[in-house]
Design a protein around this ligand. Sequence first.
Ligand code: ATP
Ligand code: MG
Length: 381
Amino acid sequence: MRELLLVRYGEIFLKGLNRPFFMRALVKNIRESVKSLGAEVWLHDGRIFVADFEDMEACIARVTKVFGVHSVCPAIEMEKEDFEAIAAQAVRMMDGLQGSIKVSARRSDKRYPMDSPAINEELGGRILDACPALHVDIHHPDHVLNVEIRDKCYLYVRVVPAVGGMPVGTNGKAALLLSGGIDSPVAGWMIAKRGVKICAVHFHSYPYTSDRAKEKVLELARILSESCCGIRVYIVPFTHIQMEIHTKCPDDYGTLIMRRYMMRIAEKCARLEKAQALITGESIGQVASQTMEALGVTDSVVNMPVFRPVIGFDKAEIMDTARKIGTLETSELPYEDCCTVFTPRHPATHPRLDRAVEGESSLDMDALIDEAMQGIEIVEV
Ligand code: ATP
Ligand code: MG
């Protein structure tokens, strides 16, 4: 007899020919997430198991964050031949609970001498005899004792909901433009949840932005990496480009030209990573650079899809998600972002592409981008 975790995954994605591919990715990601806790992860009989951990709650906390996991059940594994021992364990697990119960047996080993209704009835009777505080309600039970008869017998009551989504690495790769703000970590999380591997690109304007601002971004990447199975962060020196824009370009197009530079450099990083798309945390109308026209002017410099998963969210909705995924508190730390350092007083809200192109024409684009690419620092989190 031993304690282990039964991991449940989204059945829908795992049917058909792709099933082994999804399963392998999911097992690999779960294994990575609990490696430092010394736990073992394996796949057997269509189920994923986690065992040999020292701290079960720490293990549950990690596994429930892995995309593709829908719930985690702490279970007791027993030899199925000894029904008396199973019944005694069932009583131990239900003893002390209040209210209504149901026993739900599943027998995938059809040679087992008792069928599911017989197991339900027998275990239910034993539990009621031993625990007078409980009664049976098969439609709306307060507690369900699940009994699975496979190679072994598994008993569990507690089901801990997990994040859901698809295993990271099964749906391509994208580069996230990660600022220290609230929106971009949420955007990255939403895309990664669909199974997309993420790398991050952060523009840093030292000395206008401090090392603490950079640390904050790395901490956001670290929080995301708990679900995203590791993130490579490209830290791009952006000061020279911003100074050039500030001194040589029309003030009202400054932010937009800066964003065009960010997109060009992010696309280069994405190509280095063999990523197929960019992700930003923009939402329509949130600021001047996020009007429809501005987004069009920004997009026109890149040749890959740009995903903006929070495009239709209100700030309050984005904040709710940030709270749920654990990034809000870090995002709200008050360190300056490079965008705010050179913000123009009157940004164009209905910019025109020809004016943006004209406005940036005095810059030596290739040289500036090369210089930024040369200065990139890469951090694995
Ligand atoms: P956020 O809360 O994500 O910072 P925001 O409301 O501050 O968004 P902007 O500053 O206009 O909006 O940035 C829009 C998007 O551009 C961000 O969501 C992010 O994807 C990207 N971005 C902005 N600043 C940076 C930066 N310093 N490094 C990398 N990406 C950035
Ligand atoms: Mg920002």
